[in-house]
Write a protein that binds this ligand. Structure first.
Ligand code: CAP
Ligand code: MG
Length: 428
């Protein structure tokens, strides 16, 4: 391993890719040594001096550890763009999020963020619809969107699934999605579920006068099958497809981004399994980076957490995720280890808040996120004491109260569905 990767004061080139890492060296390994090995292993080097790495080649491609703070265990590395296959998320991750997590000389290592240079950003299309395109699709511009997840997660027949979706739409949901583990099971096959639920969404549109979006989960064992499912949805007149982004993998997402554009479908990114490597603040990689990669590749909307619901995610972290989804230029945020990112012209993604939410949380959600958020209520709609449709109506009533600046309690005085929701979820 060469010794000249520590290069404090190096000023990254505009074309460099920059990574921030959290590094905890193993016992007996000093911080600079751990940083050197990590920089080498994530770029051009090996565990020992290799004769085949000429000084000229090293000078051209070597990484620069330009920031080193042992107290905060933070390291920043600049990598030449020549080290990467332009437009390939898998290859970037194989380099800067690959072997290094396995190195014995670290006890913990976390890739906090990547700042992509414009020269690499330009290789990605970003969202096809994005937040503005989704608003145009749904025809709603001035409020959060309300969605639900058909519950129970799995087990219903396709007919029953469609019935629950209908009640959710009729009650006021703009969006109804499949749960993350519902794909193509014997009791609820993909093709039949898509056909029945899309047909009933159309019925609800006619009856309510509102657009109704069904997000059918196309997660499948092969890209070929996911593409087939995407085209089944297209032929049925769907506007969306949903994907479990972590189980399917980055190459599948880049493939489906192309296929979805050809099919004219928006992509909903469910992030189940992300916590396997984002949750531990000392090891793995951040959800901010997952969100950045999703926007680069071009998913249209992404789960980012709720602050007030059942999943972990502090307010500052969730808002950093929201900013990464939405802003054109994301400022550096040292406290959240977010590197500054200029998104160029890539469209914003629609942030999705979901997980453990009840209609009575809408005032808090609205004050946290404002109008540019999709609020999803699974149990919070299907556990409503008056049933699914009333649960959806209670959400719209709670949202109307927030939009009008009226307290939920006052608004509930002449809105029975909201009053029942308050009785169930607020009065403990
Ligand atoms: C929510 C949900 C979503 C979570 C995912 C669930 O249902 O369907 O998958 O929101 O979490 O299965 O838990 P509930 P995140 O509304 O009944 O909780 O959005 O944090 O990725
Ligand atoms: Mg779910």
């Amino acid at each position: 391993m060469r010794r000249d990767y520590i290069d404090i004061g190096y000023s990254p080139k505009d074309t460099d890719l920059i990574c921030e890492f959290h590094i905890e060296p193993s016992a007996g390994v000093n911080f600079e040594e751990a940083a050197t090995h990590m920089a080498g292993e994530s770029s051009i080097d090996s565990w020992t001096e290799i004769s085949t790495l000429s000084p000229e080649l090293a000078a051209k491609l070597k990484p620069h550890v330009f920031y080193l703070d042992e107290e905060s265990q933070t390291v920043r590395v600049a990598y030449s763009e020549d080290l990467f296959e332009l437009g390939s998320v898998p290859q970037v991750l194989s380099a800067v999020a690959g072997n290094i997590f396995s190195m014995k000389i670290v006890d913990n290592l976390r890739l906090q963020d990547i700042a992509f240079p414009g020269s690499m950003l330009r290789e990605f299309k970003g969202p096809n619809f994005g937040l503005p395109g989704i608003r145009k699709l749904v025809g709603v511009y001035d409020r959060p969107l309300i969605g639900t997840i058909v519950k129970p997660k799995v087990g219903l027949t396709s007919e029953k699934h469609a019935e629950v979706a209908y009640n959710s739409f009729a009650g006021g949901c703009d969006l109804v999605k499949d749960d993350e583990n519902l794909t193509d099971q014997k009791f609820n096959g993909f093709d039949r579920r898509a056909e029945l639920t899309l047909k009933i969404a159309e019925k609800a549109e006619v009856e309510t006068g509102e657009k109704k979006m069904y997000l059918c989960n196309i997660t499948a064992p092969t890209c070929k099958e996911m593409t087939r499912r995407l085209n089944v949805l297209k032929d049925l007149g769907a506007s969306y497809a949903m994907i479990d982004i972590v189980p399917v993998g980055w190459t599948a997402l880049q493939t489906l981004r192309e296929e979805a554009e050809d099919a004219g479908l928006a992509l909903h990114a469910h992030r189940c399994m992300h916590s396997a490597y984002t949750r531990n603040p000392r090891h793995g990689m951040s959800m901010v980076l997952v969100a950045k990669l999703c926007r680069l590749i071009g998913l249209d909307q992404l789960h980012i957490g709720t602050v007030v619901g059942k999943m972990h995610g502090e307010k500052h972290e969730v808002l950093s995720l929201r900013d990464e989804c939405v802003l054109g230029k994301v400022p550096a945020d040292e406290t959240q280890h977010v590197l500054a990112q200029d998104w160029g012209g890539l469209k914003p993604m629609f942030p999705v808040a979901s997980g453990g939410l009840a209609p009575t949380m809408i005032p808090d959600l609205y004050s946290i996120f404002g109008k540019d958020v999709i609020m999803q209520f699974g149990g919070g709609i299907h556990a409503h004491p008056m049933g699914t449709a009333a649960g959806a109506t209670a959400c719209r009533q709670a949202l109307d109260a927030s939009l009008e600046g009226v307290s939920m309690q006052d608004y509930a005085k002449n809105h029975t569905e909201l009053e029942a929701a308050i009785g169930k979820w607020l009065k403990k």
